[in-house]
Design a protein around this ligand. Structure first.
Ligand SMILES: Cc1cc2nc3c(=O)[nH]c(=O)nc-3n(C[C@H](O)[C@H](O)[C@H](O)COP(=O)(O)OP(=O)(O)OC[C@H]3O[C@@H](n4cnc5c(N)ncnc54)[C@H](O)[C@@H]3O)c2cc1C
Length: 283
């Protein structure tokens, strides 16, 4: 087990903002994760995968943060498009692995900088109208509950738009079985290129961000927010290019991000529109 004392969390988030982990654990396998959970039972703990959907308080010290980057990096081909994938596997690695074996379906996730466990917990996918989420391909999920590995059938996972039963729960996803569709490597490659071309055009990916801030918001309000690029130029502000994205110019703070989120929420309240936060906040 790798344990780092007083580790800066900003290094592990795509938004480049975060506090300190008093103990930053990197278990090297599921067994080590289980041993660790036993040791810190009853203590506050936070689970980190790709850190691409997290806004972390930069003024806080978090007692225990567990990075799942090395918990399970395995992929097993069960044949006929069925695969076991460990929680630490980057989604691009899995898409490429399955492509070589003539199976696809997840190309719409190629632009997501997360690990399988994080993608499942967040039920990552395309915008609501597209009806394309990772849960469409999930057969079952393996998670640690009360320090035992339990299998959850898809129906038990409570998948909804950008959420699942695993968010804000005590369950840690360690892997999953997915069923992909038969496809040709050439066609899969063209879908990947299409996706990457689209995101290059519409997303401000050259600056620190965590993807969409809200899973539900009013398009007109968010368009106005986008056009004015709400916020300061030097710190955190709403992207002028990408609707519903906050970007950090480099010196941004947690307080700035929270204040902007609050303004958007007030605007929605003022016009009686629904607004649901997508990003996870470690306060
Ligand atoms: C450039 C960019 C593009 C993006 N594009 C998309 C997109 O197209 N579609 C989309 O849906 N999202 C998108 N996102 C948001 C983000 O990448 C997704 O939400 C992704 O699923 C988060 O995965 P992660 O591994 O980074 O999770 P993290 O950010 O590390 O964690 C997210 C949450 O899940 C919990 N969690 C993580 N792993 C586990 C686990 N194994 N078990 C239990 N809980 C866990 C964490 O505690 C946290 O609450 C984008 C983000 C960026 C920066």
């Amino acid at each position: 087990m790798v344990v780092i004392n007083n580790e800066k969390l900003e290094k592990y988030t795509t938004f480049k903002i975060g506090g300190i982990a008093e103990k930053f654990y990197i278990p090297q396998g599921v067994d080590e994760l289980q041993q660790l959970l036993k040791c810190i039972e009853g203590e506050e703990r936070y689970i980190l995968s790709g850190g691409s959907n997290l806004l972390i308080n930069d003024k806080k010290i978090f007692k225990n943060v567990i990075s799942l980057q090395n918990v399970d990096n395995s992929i097993i081909d069960y044949s006929d498009g069925k695969f076991y994938v460990g929680a630490s596997v980057r989604i691009q690695k899995f898409i490429n692995y399955a492509k070589k074996r003539g199976y696809g379906g997840l190309e719409f996730l190629y632009s997501v900088p997360g690990m399988l466990g994080g993608l499942i917990a967040m039920n990552a996918g395309r915008g609501e109208g597209w009806n394309q989420s990772i849960s469409n391909y999930i057969v079952q999920v393996q998670g640690i509950v009360d320090n035992q590995i339990k299998t959850f059938e898809k129906e038990e996972c409570n998948f909804e738009y950008r959420t699942s039963k695993f968010i804000m729960s005590d369950i840690i996803i360690v892997g999953a079985v997915l069923q992909l569709n038969k496809d040709t490597p050439d066609h899969i490659d063209s879908l990947i290129s299409e996706r990457m071309d689209t995101v290059k055009e519409v997303q401000e990916r050259n600056k620190a961000n965590f993807g969409s801030v809200f899973s539900q918001s009013n398009a007109k309000i968010m368009n106005i927010v986008r056009k004015v690029g709400l916020g300061k130029k030097k710190g955190v502000h709403f992207s002028k290019k990408t609707t519903n994205w906050l970007v950090n110019e480099g010196k941004g703070t947690y307080a700035e991000a929270l204040a902007l989120i609050k303004v958007v929420r007030i605007l929605h309240k003022l016009f009686n529109k629904k607004c649901t936060l997508e990003i996870q906040i470690w306060d």
